[in-house]
Design a protein around this ligand. Sequence first.
Ligand code: HEM
Length: 402
Amino acid sequence: MESLSRRRVLTLGAALGLTSVALGTPKAWSWSSAGSIAKADTVTDPFSVWDPVPDQVAAQLLADGKISAVNTAWQSWVNNSDPLPSGMPSYLVSYLQQVNQLPSWADPSVLAASEKLYTRLSSYLFVSESLGSGILSTVIPREARAVYWSAGGADMKARAAKTFTFGYDLHSGTAWHPNGHFIVSANKTRLVHSMVRNLLPTSTHYEATADEWKPISNGDILRTFHSVATVAHNNMQKWGVKLSAAEQAADLHAWQVALHLLGVQDQFIPQSWADAQAQAQQMLWPNLASTTEGINLAQTLLGYIEKPTLGVDTGFVSEMVRYLIGDTYSDWLKLPHDLISRTLIQTGWPLYVAFREGTSNIIPDGYSLFDAFIRGVAMLYLNNGTSATQTPITLPTANRPG
Ligand code: HEM
């Protein structure tokens, strides 16, 4: 028994019909799909749902040794209106022909409203999503382990850059236009996840620590969605950024379509922010924990982001993370303290946002520092969204070596 990993015990337990309580796993899933865009009142555990169609396509690409040919062919597939590139196997082309489009329930006028909103909010969103959600993701155990033990975990700079590409494409003023990129980036990401579902279960390192037999279920994707989008929604309210009901709905709608494009089923996609908050209460906040992999990823990421990129010192960046995600998780990650930066951020940041938003005339202490910081964070995204050196999203061929 001792040689059985937790993941194997869980798989075996499920096969034997043991309940999650008997196995010591968290409470049974109870969020009703009445709060989803499908609206049917059923309770299905999203952590037991994956993405079988692209997973099969990915398995075939691996078996056929076609990954590098596809990565080469993909280079010219960037804009939403680009034709599917030549040089890809026919089964991949026919899969993409079906999914490379908006779902029937997408509302183009609401998506257009999200483009306008994101143009206005992008600098705040980039702060919330890069330093906040980026570091928060390292205390989501399944995500930390999957990212660490996949190929990208060995090169976190490139991996972060690819994630910034996704964020930039979603928050761009032309995200859904024919010359925007988001539908393509989301489809590439969905296939990367499928590749990871095929590869990671073959990693002995991942297998030794993981608590699920296959990574990146619909539930895992939703958990990450909350750590990014629901957290950003909360931050905008906390920082006093005024959003109309229509703007809040547009933000959610863009994410609903994004989740669909990432392979999440309608029965799990929240239909309102209240439903999203209820889902996050069940799937995100009770499931955060410190892992060796997460601590390593957070420290590597911060090493890339701070001084060389943002031009601000380590103390300021650590305290900004503490401000964004709270001390509990920051302590798990062993982030340093800097009392001067802490006071400056806690008093200055809300005043800075209020001044920028025109709801206060007080120019806070550290105004130019916050300005430089926000510009530096925006550049992380812009460099990946617009420059010729954009880090393209590519399919991995292997896991992280030992
Ligand atoms: C890859 C975004 C959820 C694990 C990627 C990539 C993007 C992305 C843009 C491609 C960049 C790259 O190759 O590194 C997202 C978004 C998510 C999400 C927007 C949800 C809203 C998850 C979850 C997990 C996960 C829940 C694990 C539990 C991974 C892994 C890779 C990856 C392991 C591949 C890294 C590599 O080896 O290159 N994701 N992801 N993702 N994602 Fe996700």
